[in-house]
Design a protein around this ligand. Structure first.
Ligand code: ZN
Ligand code: ZN
Length: 257
């Protein structure tokens, strides 16, 4: 039986995710920015947490762990070693690149993607990738603790995953990101169409996350740095300069590189 994914809204625009593996009673939460929606769902579904997985240490992704630990003391707090000492609670397991987390009959793979924070990771579970604040739907996270060169490497790596991979990110920024994407690449029809759809869905109160990697490859400019039309629009001639130009459009500042 495949893992069930329950998507929860937390705080302003964050997403937390519950992963449920029924046969082995393994239950993980990814990035609980607050405990309340997680506890509510655990109670409604009669579940107990076994894992608390964090893509990085930021409070909007980890603020709920203290309270979750009180309710589920056996749940293991898992975070990359470079972010572990910046949590308000003690990490139970410090992970690094390539590590595998056992999860009943399946497993969770750790991809270290430093840049947003030093210890940022993504979790790959079956065909779902939980990207935190590294890759967003139609966008990319801020380079708080890394350079454009490092993010470029991360993005190139993510592009190699199977196109059917579903991208579950840490925030609902899709519509906002698509506006920036359209500004950067106005002749890209997939972006215009996706923006129209996003406006409709957002107005109806529906989430725009997850998205398939196939859709991201067609309409997320951060995964299209080698696209000639995009480079022409941004007056760049290589991938790194294209990444920097995009960052300026999305965040109105120049990153270090
Ligand atoms: Zn963050
Ligand atoms: Zn965040």
């Amino acid at each position: 039986m495949p893992i069930k994914i329950i998507q929860l809204k937390t705080l302003q625009d964050n997403y937390a995710y519950l992963l449920v593996e029924k046969s082995s009673k393994q239950v993980a939460v990814i990035d609980p920015g607050s405990a309340k929606p997680v506890l509510k769902t655990l109670a409604a579904e009669n579940l107990t947490l076994t894992h608390i997985l964090l893509t990085h240490h930021h409070y909007d992704h980890s603020g709920g762990i203290g309270e979750l630990k009180k309710h589920c003391p056996k749940a293991e707090v898992v975070i990359h070693k470079d972010d572990a000492d910046r949590l308000p609670v003690t990490a139970d397991r410090r992970i690094q690149e390539g590590e595998i987390i056992d999860f009943g009959p399946t497993s969770i793979q750790v991809l270290h993607l430093p840049c947003h924070t030093r210890g940022h990771v993504a979790f790959l579970v079956e065909k779902s990738l939980f990207t935190g604040d590294t890759l967003f739907t139609a966008g990319c996270g801020k380079f708080f603790e890394g350079t454009a060169t490092e993010m470029h490497k991360n993005l190139k790596r993510l592009k190699t995953l199977p196109e059917a991979t579903k991208i579950y990110c840490g925030h609902e920024y899709t519509e906002e990101n698509l506006k920036h994407a359209h500004q950067a690449d106005p002749t890209n029809l997939t972006i215009s169409e996706r923006l129209q759809k996003a406006r409709r869905r957002q107005a109806e109160g529906n989430p725009l996350v997850p998205a398939t990697l196939a859709l991201e490859l067609a309409s997320n400019p951060f995964l299209r740095l080698d696209d000639v039309t995009l480079q022409q629009q941004l007056k760049t001639t290589n991938e790194l300069d294209t990444l920097i130009a995009l960052y300026r459009i999305y965040y109105r500042e120049t990153p270090s590189f």
